[in-house]
Design a protein around this ligand. Sequence first.
Ligand SMILES: Cc1cc2nc3c(=O)[nH]c(=O)nc-3n(C[C@H](O)[C@H](O)[C@H](O)COP(=O)(O)OP(=O)(O)OC[C@H]3O[C@@H](n4cnc5c(N)ncnc54)[C@H](O)[C@@H]3O)c2cc1C
Length: 376
Amino acid sequence: MTNPAPSHFDLSIAGAGVMGLACAYEASRHGRKVLVFDPGETAAQASSAAAGILVARDAQVFFSPFREFYVRSIRAYPEWLGRLTEAGGTAVPYHRGGDFMVFDLTDAASVKRLEEKKRQFEREKATAFTVSHELPPILRGHSRLEKVATLHFPDEAYVQNRDLLTALRKACEKAGVEFRRGATASPWTSNGEVTRIPFSDGEVTTRQVLIAAGAWSVNLLAAQGISAPMTPVKGQMIRIPRFHDGEAMIHFNDDMYLVPRGDSLIVGATSEPGVWQEGFDATGEAYLTERLGRLLPDAPRKQLENWTGIRPRTRDRLPWMGWVDAQRGWAICTGHYKSGISMAPLASECMHRLLVREKPAVDLAPFDPWRKQGLS
Ligand SMILES: Cc1cc2nc3c(=O)[nH]c(=O)nc-3n(C[C@H](O)[C@H](O)[C@H](O)COP(=O)(O)OP(=O)(O)OC[C@H]3O[C@@H](n4cnc5c(N)ncnc54)[C@H](O)[C@@H]3O)c2cc1C
């Protein structure tokens, strides 16, 4: 990639993951001149590692601002994807194939998780699901589990997140977003009107900056003298041959899932707090093969692919979406942990409104980065 000649932007975004790209697209479609910079390839980190699961579990009432934001964002997905497809010319596969949650009733930990889930569904007044003690049809002949509880949510959806990232990049390019490969070399300076961002091959000036660098946002903030308590949470996944032709997802004991992707199934995922080291390893192998073995002793286990990603988790597990410094025009959109793909449509819309000093569609106060346990 050849970097564009240094110039002046309305908004410069650090990070080309789903959050950076979604925010860039939203700002550019409203006429803003946008730069996205990233030391790596577009969307090579958590966003392409994800499974693309968008599960609302039919929530009708919300027990937290996070849950409300999450569900509203998922409901905005079809319209958002339609807009992206029109803008970039690339369709994004979105499947409303439903979800089977299968719990092994011979396992005490699994029974406990089932009870927790049921309490959540009661609290959220979810009704659009059925409960049975049968294996889902797509597992029959593959699983030998006999004592199960199966909750079927027929309306759940997933998106092919790697296609989503390609579509976002194309929509951004068509809208005039510029991309720069590289990390900033030293602290940014601001006179309140303009921020100067130094790169090794020149300086960019910008009216505003948005930090959307996932787990790596911490380093960018540290370079500006701001401490950000963020825990990286490694996730490991594999892809195996597809043994059924259904469109549904399966969640097993709420600690492993299988999601269709083309002629394969993706199987995930570990949750390893504090682990920065990337690469599929023995921990991922043991976690996934043990669970797969319990659910599907006879299914093909050949790994077609394996990979890892680092999820950004804040101390209170709520994202940081708001101003880092409103006067300088520095904002942040990160910390979406296990839900960044799901939250991108609404997060990008709200961040655009915040940046142009309009009222976001959802109150961002609970996600203020300077809240207790946040930035310091
Ligand atoms: C295994 C796994 C499964 C998941 N499954 C799901 C799921 O099913 N549904 C869901 O909603 N979410 C899921 N997630 C969570 C989701 O992937 C993340 O919340 C989301 O991708 C975070 O997006 P992001 O853009 O903030 O970060 P990232 O995608 O990590 O992007 C950050 C970008 O910042 C760049 N960067 C790093 N340093 C700098 C720097 N100094 N300057 C500029 N840029 C920099 C990186 O190169 C990268 O491109 C999953 C995550 C993992 C790991």
